[in-house]
Design a protein around this ligand. Structure first.
Ligand SMILES: Nc1ncnc2c1ncn2[C@@H]1O[C@H](COP(=O)(O)OP(=O)(O)OP(=O)(O)O)[C@@H](O)[C@H]1O
Ligand SMILES: [Mg+2]
Length: 344
């Protein structure tokens, strides 16, 4: 602020210029009477800016190891201040104290903003890792359908495969949108009213394609014929991740069964396989990021599952043993928890 400010801001001067520059460079506070007599004074710069200092107090801003700036107090009056005489070392001590406070506050603010950037980057990294993990599913399905198409002469059947491939591309586009939404800062679920039967049919088709040709006896059993509120795409991902673990656990085939039923105000989903069970050493931390019990696993699948269920304010319980693994998921049937009765 002040008349000289517009001529001062956005000006760059070499490091160490003037008494302030010297003070910063040498990390030393100074009190100077009549700077024009001091060889360190940047007289040209001062007159360019339109400031003629007669007395100066300068102190560097030191934050930890770094000199991050300086404070300069200028008295332009030629006589000593109103009867007080020129500035003395007591004034300088006071300025040094103020400089220490200011430097600490600036440093703290900088570190805080660096930290929150780092946090954001770290979560974008996790998100991207999640995206790459989830893109594997539609890519596998697309490649499967493409192979089937190549071997298929019947145009009607080919059209069906094209439709399925198109669906997978839509899914991938949805995932991309989600990551971008996250980068913008909103991670909201897209809660919609869903006809559970229709969702179950879709689930049956998609997981059916995933288990196809693997000797796995697969079935979806729906014992609830109403509606519920959830994020369809995200929940579909939950079942893809659970199914892909089950498939990996049953290389020689087995049974995979998904059951859907209502228990009072909750929708209960059960995913049961007949694999060898979750290895003991991963059991306690299977929902942690990067906890994996198999070669080539990234350990993201169940962490993503847990996150999605938590976001829905639901619960997930694993039961596992040598006869197989069951995951029971409970989701609130309505959005009453949010105090919303949303219709979409
Ligand atoms: N149904 C299951 N049967 C046996 N083991 C399982 C089952 N589900 C999960 N596991 C074990 O839990 C581990 C963690 O699963 P998770 O899906 O989180 O990661 P991943 O499958 O190893 O890797 P990713 O899913 O990221 O490709 C698996 O590596 C596996 O050892
Ligand atoms: Mg997995």
């Amino acid at each position: 602020q002040g008349p000289a400010a517009p001529r001062l801001v956005e000006r760059t001067v070499p490091h160490g210029t003037g008494l302030l520059g010297w003070s910063i460079k040498h990390r030393t506070p100074l009190v100077v009477d009549d700077p024009s007599q001091d060889p360190r004074h940047a007289a040209e710069l001062a007159s360019e800016i339109g400031v003629v200092p007669h007395h100066l107090l300068v102190a560097p801003l030191i934050d930890g190891e770094d000199a991050i700036g300086g404070i300069e107090i200028i008295d332009q009056r030629s006589s000593a201040r109103d009867g007080d005489g020129p500035w003395n070392t007591d004034d300088l001590k006071l300025l040094v104290l103020i400089a220490a406070q200011a430097a600490g506050a600036i440093g703290m603010a900088r570190r805080r903003s660096e930290q929150s950037n780092a946090d954001r980057l770290a979560s974008i990294g996790r998100m991207l890792a999640g995206l790459l993990h989830d893109l594997k599913t539609p890519m596998t399905i697309i490649s499967g359908y493409a192979q089937l198409m190549a071997a298929m002469d019947d145009p009607a059947q080919r059209d069906k495969y094209v439709e399925q491939i198109q669906r997978q591309f839509d899914l991938m586009a949805g995932m991309t949108r989600e990551v971008l939404a996250f980068a913008r800062g909103d991670t909201d679920l897209v809660m919609r009213k869903v006809y559970v039967h229709r969702f179950a049919e879709d689930l049956s088709k998609q997981l059916g394609a995933a288990v196809y040709g693997r000797g796995i006896d697969f079935e979806v059993e729906t014992r609830y014929d109403g509606t519920a509120y959830f994020d369809e795409q995200k929940l579909m991902r939950v079942f893809h991740n659970l199914a892909s673990n089950a498939i990996e656990a049953m290389p020689d085939g087995g049974h995979l069964r998904v059951a859907i039923e209502r228990d009072r105000d909750e929708l209960v989903w059960t995913v049961r396989d007949t694999g060898p069970g979750i290895p003991e050493h991963v059991r306690g931390r299977m929902f942690d990021l990067f906890a994996t019990g198999r070669k080539g696993g990234t350990g993201l699948g169940l962490a993503i599952v847990k996150k999605i269920i938590d976001d829905h304010r639901g619960m997930i319980r694993p039961q596992t043993g040598p006869a197989g693994t069951t995951f029971v998921i409970r989701l609130p049937l309505t959005r009453a928890l949010d105090g919303e009765q949303g219709e979409s």
